[in-house]
Ligand binder design. Structure first.
Ligand code: ADP
Ligand code: ZN
Ligand code: ZN
Length: 742
């Protein structure tokens, strides 16, 4: 007799054992169960109950031996057929379990769509002068609420590391109130007037728009909008979104984490009001849950967000936009290590939607596919209106040193900053390292001060007067004595954001300087606040790490400086040139975005480096031509794929031996069962940073043409190693075309 059998993706299983688990469907639920439903099933020898998602239902003979589903958790499926297919496809690319992929799509850990009422706390007295009367712990909560408005009591306690008593005390003083929240939580507290102005496109913009509009109206496809900074790519998006919405289609707009600024959001909120939902990794679970519900119910038609927004549970997806498609934030660095671009292509194909990538500096791969006709290519090669690309000046910092200037700011840049201040304009300075001094060594014995837990040198932070490890957070006071030879000739050199800030403050005592880096923006929404303050011209100079380089549009900025253009150039990664070019071009693009000409200063010790030369000429095409030639010669993507295999363990020898074992099995399989697969293996070697947080890291890279065969071979190796007792404590990661080779 045939039984109804469900194939279930079960939570918390191991990749190496991940097969399809089949269960009998009890009669009571047979008429309700559907693909995409959440269930509880008995699992393993102990029959412990675990959550799972039904990914297939079929009649099957001889199913008597199978276990039975314990419980159907929701009558309504929590995931659509599209998402189930997507998960099955994605798991093969990412070497993880189906459930690992499904989790990306579920609004909560176990996909509970029910809204729970939550204990919330909000400020009812926001008089900042109260602060001095509060205890240290109360101040933490007060400051948090000033920043975010409201928070769940649990979140507030966790964030400030205080007990509930602290909040209760604030309640007694009538400073906060505690309430139950069941209403919709709106993280952005919207009060926008809708302005649905008609957009008038320039001739070039209109050509691009019409090309993509045709795809949008027909069967979709993949496109690249290659437009220089300030060319008005956003206006083209808006026109396309208008059309999609008119046709009752859903829209996903992806932006890199760093450009999810109030500026960007307000453009969308003003135009589309409550049709917009926002999804990014900074949302609390509750907020994320709410936004998912609004999408699922069809209240929101446009989602704007970072990487994870690509999994938005839309039912009628028509348009996906990926702004700054080259950004590394679109690639997940955690399991599942997916690239949002691949997911977007899957969804676009499934839904016959248009997937539009856009950038001033597309990744080498994307641009080459566009040139080869794989993606539809449109170009905007001039700035909108009267705005001109800035004039670029390259300063040779070696010469500057010879002239006796030891400061990180060249004379030329200094004079230009002065001029900008005199004209009441604003300046942005990019510097790649945070902290004060970035290199601390002993002059007598040469010993470099490194973190005891990581193979990384320590950075001096002047505000806390400590040496800090940027990888594990280790911090120690400084005693100026070399731990190796006890000499007191410890020398501090290299400069980070803090040192540049203090140098500038000395040169320009009357200027208001804003520093933005991971140290000043760790609080939720603090980015937004700081950018807003800069935008209101409360500051004259903004200094910061990469987060100040991209996507911003400040009308008063007429000068930008790259303090050290060399930092990222000599990385051992094949993408190093591409990344430097992108960074410099983007930061240069931040200025002169209105009528007046802007100036960009690039400080470098290699003024004749080709990448820097192309970037200062804002010449992407020549850079591309040069770079693609190099990639072809050296056989790097797009001429091959690279799998980076990482081995991490607290035991150095286990990590090393495991990587060797992997290599041996690889060679064996490649000479036998998989001898048709062409590969080049690099390594195994210790990783670039060989120890982080007391874990040792080894790596191995496989150059190949990605195919089912290669994936099967790697899967087979992973499965055999997982059975070996010696390497139980080694965690192995597989990453396809990673931004960092470990
Ligand atoms: P990009 O994203 O390509 O760097 P933006 O979309 O930010 O460029 O456009 C740069 C500036 O030019 C913005 O201030 C934008 O409002 C303005 N702009 C561009 N195109 C138009 C247009 N068609 N009509 C009005 N303003 C435009
Ligand atoms: Zn020493
Ligand atoms: Zn460390």
């Amino acid at each position: 007799m045939a039984n109804l059998v469900a194939t279930v993706a079960v939570d918390n299983t191991f990749f190496s054992f991940d097969t399809d688990y089949s269960y009998n469907v009890p009669n009571e639920i047979a008429s309700d169960i559907q693909v995409g439903c959440k269930v509880l099933v008995p699992f393993g020898r102990s029959n412990k109950l675990r959550y799972g998602i039904v990914i297939q239902l079929q009649e099957q003979d001889n199913a008597d031996k199978l276990k039975y589903i314990e419980k159907l958790c929701d009558v309504k499926p929590v995931l659509t057929q599209e998402m189930i297919l997507l998960a099955s496809w994605l798991k093969q690319k990412c070497f993880c379990t189906t459930y690992d992929c499904l989790k990306l799509m579920l609004p909560r850990k176990h996909g509970e769509l029910k809204s729970k009422s939550e204990r919330m706390v909000r400020l009812i007295n926001d008089d900042e002068s109260l602060i001095s009367s509060l205890t240290k712990k109360q101040q933490l909560v007060f400051n948090l609420l000033l920043d975010v408005g409201s928070a769940s009591v649990n979140e507030a306690c966790e964030f400030c590391d205080v007990g509930v008593g602290v909040i209760k005390n604030l309640e007694k003083q009538n400073i906060v109130e505690i309430y139950d929240r069941e209403v919709y939580r709106n993280p952005y507290n919207l009060k926008y007037e809708i302005e649905n102005n008609e957009i008038k496109l320039s001739k070039k913009q209109n050509e691009a728009y019409l090309t993509f509009k045709e795809m949008l109206d027909k069967d979709g496809g993949n496109g690249l909008l290659f437009g220089i900074t300030g060319s008005g790519k956003t206006q083209v998006y808006l026109k396309l979104i208008d059309d999609a919405i008119k046709d009752d289609k859903d829209v996903i707009v992806m932006v890199p984490e760093i450009s999810l600024t109030p500026q960007t959001l307000s453009i969308f909120h003003k135009r589309y009001g409550n049709k917009v939902a926002v999804i990014h990794s900074g949302l609390s679970l509750g907020e994320r849950n709410d936004e998912f519900k609004r999408l699922d119910r069809g209240e929101a038609k446009i989602v704007i967000g970072t990487r994870s927004a690509i999994f938005a549970p839309f039912h009628n997806l028509g348009l996906i936009i990926m702004d700054e498609e080259q950004e590394h934030t679109y690639k997940s660095e955690r399991t599942p290590r997916y690239h949002a671009r691949d997911v977007a292509m899957f969804r676009a194909k499934y839904n016959k939607a248009l997937f539009l990538m856009a950038s001033a500096t597309p990744s080498i791969e994307t641009y080459s596919y566009a040139l080869n006709g794989k993606y539809k290519l449109c170009e905007l090669d001039e700035r909108y209106g009267k705005a001109q690309l800035p004039k670029v000046i390259t300063v040779d910092m070696k010469q500057e040193m010879k002239n006796g200037n030891k400061s990180p700011i060249s004379m030329e840049l200094r004079n230009l900053i002065q001029e900008s201040l005199d004209n009441h304009k604003q300046t942005i300075l990019l510097i790649n390292r945070r902290g004060y001094n970035t290199f601390i060594a002993c002059n007598d014995c040469g010993h470099v001060l490194t973190c005891p837990n990581c193979s990384i040198s320590l950075t001096y932070h002047s505000n806390i007067n400590k040496l800090v490890c940027h990888y594990c957070g280790f911090a120690k006071g400084l005693d100026n004595i070399c731990p190796e030879c006890q000499s007191d000739a410890v020398r501090y050199s290299g400069y980070g954001t803090q040192r540049v800030e203090s140098e500038l403050q000395m040169c320009f005592p009357n200027a208001n300087i804003l520093r933005m880096d991971a140290d000043t923006t760790s609080k939720k929404f603090s980015h937004e606040r700081l950018f807003e303050a800069f935008s209101n011209h409360e500051y004259d100079i903004l200094i910061g790490t990469q987060m100040v380089a991209k996507g911003l549009d400040f009308p008063d900025v007429n000068l930008v400086g790259v303090v050290n253009a060399d930092n990222s150039l000599y990385d051992e990664n094949y993408m190093a040139n591409e990344r430097s070019f992108d960074l410099i071009t983007q930061v240069v693009g931040r200025c002169g975005r209105r009528d007046e000409e802007g100036i960009a200063v690039i400080q470098t010790i290699n003024p004749y480096n080709e990448t820097i030369e192309f970037a200062s000429e804002q010449d992407y095409k020549s850079f591309y031509k040069n770079e693609i030639g190099m990639r072809k010669l050296m056989i790097y993507p797009p001429f091959c794929d690279i799998y980076s295999i990482g081995f991490v363990s607290e035991s150095e020898s286990h990590a090393a031996l495991c990587s060797k074992k992997f290599f041996d099995i690889l060679v064996e399989l490649n000479s036998d069962e998989y001898k048709d697969v062409k590969i080049v293996v690099l390594g195994p070697t210790p990783a670039k940073i060989s120890k982080i947080n007391n874990s040792y890291r080894y790596r191995l890279a496989i150059k190949c043409k990605n195919s089912k065969n290669v994936r099967n071979m790697i899967t087979e190796i992973l499965k055999s190693i997982s059975k070996m007792r010696d390497y139980k404590d080694v965690s192995i990661s597989v990453d396809l075309n990673p931004y960092d080779l470990m």
